[in-house]
Ligand binder design. Sequence first.
Ligand code: NAI
Length: 535
Amino acid sequence: MAGSGFIGEEIRVESPDVIYTDTEILSYYNYHDSHIRGNVVTPTMERLVFKTQRQLPKTGLLLVGWGGNNGTTLTAGILANKLNVTWNTKEGLNHPNYLGSICKSVTMRVGIDDRFMPVYAPLNNVVPLLNPNDLEIWGWDISSVNMGDAMRRAKVLDWDLQRQLYSNLKEMLPWPSVYIPEWIAANQSDRADNCLKGTKKEMLNALRQNIKDYKNSRRLDKVVIVWTANTEKFALIKPGVNDTADNLLRAIENNSPDISPSTLFAVASILESCTYINGSPQNTFVPGCIELSERYHVLIAGDDFKSGQTKIKSVLSDFLINSGLKLQSVVSYNHLGNNDGKNLSAPETFRSKEISKSGVIDDVVRANRLMYKSNESPDHCVVIKYVPYVGDSKRAMDEYISEIFMGGRNTISMHNTCEDSLLAAPIILDLVILAELCTRIQVKRDKDEEFTKMHPVMSLLSFLLKSPQVPPGSPVVHMLFPQRYAITLLKSPQVPPGSPVVHMLFPQRYAITNFFKALIGLPPENFMMLEHKVP
Ligand code: NAI
């Protein structure tokens, strides 16, 4: 569709640096940055080669906490899309869609046309991406309720849609899961009627067997596992227990009480070579677990889906501070009435969420030494309350106070109401689709012989996660250019240990689209539009 500003089919790059074969895209890529010592800045360039497999594998998605609001909303939403189910509401006839998914509903700027006008393309026309309708879905839950009744229990989707999907979903029964009461709120015990028995090692083996059997019975090439079960309390990092991969495996053998259900799932997933994503705030990825993922080169990502309030916070703090306004106070109140809210009403699980939500303004504050001294940061307070009546329709109220010119103050208050699970479900999809893509990419420095896999900790997915995991030893600071983050994906001894954590939303988003561009040998988005400025 030349001239329309939109590319509606797979992009084909014509360049000596890009080679398409039937099975792969090879991209020879010049990665530019600047190196700084004192006040001396030297431009740097490194030539990298990306190799992306073009064929899409048959992929399964296994959800931990399948019968919850997110799990059922996602499963029902995909089914509705797959079967093209339409439904009536008082507003009229509704059609299924994938709004809220960057892989399905967002375009990226590819370049300019003959008239210097921008041209956009959906992400899956840049490199091939899984179609969510092709995913095979199953999962675990400590509640034995079938997915049809679990969808009704969640009260998220319109009744007429539920009515049409019920008969399909009621055939789906979750596998028994790992329930250890100390790790989640006591108020969850009444739904725990579908629990594995035995030692931690026996439970680990049962999870591994579920994964193997599912993969074989559905003839899947790959499985991605996502934790969307209740938030757990934080795990203590104990030397000799969970600090190294070997200690962690030994602690599981010894039935140690310090190993959380979510870490057990992550270990099962890694040992079965399945990508594992943690959608809740707890520290599933204890150091031993990260080391295990590195040992087996299995991709992991986390923590905590970034759906509403945190997304806005990462935008607003960036906007205020980078407008030169000194943000001094951020206060966020939430109330919600779903089972997630009920679980978070216990102090230990709330603490996990509070930690996850609190880091979000750190990087933008620390990048600005003009306004903030090294130990100075705005007041930041997070409150979450359980109010059953509002159900899944979460309320978020935020207040931002900034100091402005000549002693003035600027206060922004906002109120956001939204069905939490309708925001989270497409984010889960994006995480799965992008994580699967990462498993199809290999990379090397031009001068090296061998390609390697991406670094197992997928910091690329930070856009979708509140408290992004980056390769170990990371300083939690710095605002850097988006393209910088592509390099944290490289598994290479020359990459300094530790990558900066980026919370700002738009840098995170451009880290994704610029990475897509790198995979087909195109330069990163630079926003300069010099073609319109240079006479
Ligand atoms: P939910 O409470 O409706 O669902 C959680 C499900 O997990 C329940 O069905 C429960 O029975 C099950 N479960 C608990 N422990 C389990 C275990 N050990 N193994 C298997 N199943 C287990 O919660 P919802 O709303 O679906 O959220 C899920 C998680 O996602 C929560 O941790 C929440 O904090 C997190 N999250 C949700 C967001 C959203 O917008 N909905 C955003 C960010 C994170």
